[in-house]
Design a protein around this ligand. Structure first.
Ligand code: TYD
Length: 135
């Protein structure tokens, strides 16, 4: 059982510099797991949605490296929308949260740090099935 209150906003370090700013995240520090995989979502046509599933075991940290999008998280009881539009803000998603990405701006770049390699068996893609498991 997971609760959407376990979804955490992470304020990443921001090294201000007149040559340009720098932010970072690293294992077990800003990221509360060891990063095993990185993937990114880009060139999303206007109005499209991504995600729309939960993971049984996978944990993720999501950041809007450029542009903006909304992350909608749901635990089967309550829903919360988190707007990401700064490259120094990230969201930690524990396993078991239903999540969807939507409202992508032009040129939005969504970077995802994940705790394990890709495994289709770890996905729950049916919302009704998800609710039965998480309730
Ligand atoms: P999926 O996670 O279903 O994307 P979304 O939930 O945003 O629609 O992934 C889409 C496809 O990409 C799916 O066929 C699996 C493949 N994929 C990989 O091969 N490796 C990965 O790391 C990810 C995230 C997806």
């Amino acid at each position: 059982m997971v609760n959407i209150n376990e979804v955490r906003l992470l304020s990443l370090p921001k090294i201000l510099d007149e040559r340009g700013n720098l932010s970072f995240m690293q294992n077990q520090d800003q990221v509360p797991f060891d990063i095993e995989r990185v993937y990114w979502i880009y060139d999303v046509p206007g109005g499209e949605k991504r995600g729309g599933h939960a993971y049984k075991e996978l944990k993720e940290v999501i950041v809007a490296l450029s542009g903006s999008f909304d992350l909608v998280v749901d635990d089967g009881y309550a829903q919360k929308t988190i707007s990401l539009n700064r490259s120094y803000n990230a969201v930690y998603l524990p396993n078991g949260v239903w999540r969807q990405l939507e409202n992508f701006s032009t040129n939005a770049l969504c970077l995802v740090m994940a705790s394990a390699a890709y495994d289709e068996h770890d996905y729950i893609r049916d919302y009704q099935q998800y609710k039965n498991i998480n309730r």
